[in-house]
Ligand binder design. Sequence first.
Ligand SMILES: Nc1ncnc2c1ncn2[C@@H]1O[C@H](COP(=O)(O)OP(=O)(O)OP(=O)(O)O)[C@@H](O)[C@H]1O
Length: 407
Amino acid sequence: MHADITNTAWPPHQVETLPWRQQIRSGTREDRELSSVDATIPPLIRTLDYMPPLAVLLETEKALLAVAQADTDAQAGTDAEGHSAALSRFMVRSESVASSKIEHISASALDYAQAVAGNRGNASAMSIVAASAALHELITTVEQHGRFELEHIISAHRALMLDDPSEASYAGRLRDMQNWIGGSDYSPRDALHVPPAPERVAELMTDLVAYLNRDDVPVMVQAAIGHAQFESIHAFTDGNGRIGRAMVSAVLRRRGVTRNAVVPLASGLLARREDYFASLGAYRRGDPAPVVSLFARSARAAAECSRGTIARLKALPDVWAAELRPRAGSAAAALIQAFYDHPVMSAAEIEARSGSAASQAYRAIDQLTRAGYIQEITGRKKNRVWAASEALAELDDLDRRIQAAMA
Ligand SMILES: Nc1ncnc2c1ncn2[C@@H]1O[C@H](COP(=O)(O)OP(=O)(O)OP(=O)(O)O)[C@@H](O)[C@H]1O
């Protein structure tokens, strides 16, 4: 039972001074001479209640309504499997692209499509594909189990970092070293935030998971506080921003606000990067209102802008079919649907999905390419890959519109 549901207070983080000895022989003399570090101790939150100020509470209501409406749009009129699964994958991509941009990881739609097709040439594009996989995995496992487990978060981190050239050995592992945000690269000197000592991480994560599994906390409050608490803990050596934002989409799914859609609220945070980071600082000082408010506004902008995108994407196969007028049962008719469900396909996949002989499939590819719906993205003669460029362009457009709405 809630002791006080009008509680607008939240405990500030504590600080402990720990001995520090630099392991790497780089940096300035000041870095090397640093002998202690003030690490934060976030509060245990599993039983805490927080009620935002009325104005913020109203923002969260508007956000939930908008997200639920976008989710209904994503589902309406779609068949059980194909269409809604395709839309859901598309939105996962939008969120992952924006979430990665917050960490200055970006790639063109073309590089991204090439990475989806297995091209390992662009590390940023590969990392965004991995972020999509991690987000998809976290949302679906939490949805299937109806609850968060620490292992789900760790497993999403593994998916995010597995192919990272410098971080692969820490993929799927809670950190066992001190980390810090901002300041010097070599020591926690002048850091913006020094997360808790590594020995505290396991207990804090168990506590956070218990908080995320509560059903007696307002949804946006749970999503925003859960995220801020995770960023305070910074449980991994790398990837904390992206995993922390993936948790927000998983909260919305677990609480039933979304059933199909993933709203790309990271685009909203990206537009307000400074405010976003400042709100995490306010949370540490004991004021969750700014982070709850920012997440509510971002979710609302993302949901409202997504509705137009969902409508346009859903209409694409019909628009293409009306323009191209393919014969029923032809390879072109099959490929229109196939490219909607799978915007990036190799020649072999196209052939399989066209349901026709290779020669007919290639004729259909030519038709769709000439119409400007798809384009070959490798420039190679062999192992070629085609992407539904018009659908992928919607991804950039959505990000742009959400950012404009948040400006
Ligand atoms: N002042 C701050 N206090 C707490 N958390 C912050 C602060 N500034 C940024 N963050 C959070 O930390 C994330 C970035 O963390 P960091 O720079 O350590 O990168 P990371 O752990 O490598 O994560 P990723 O690679 O996904 O960014 C930001 O996206 C944000 O969520």
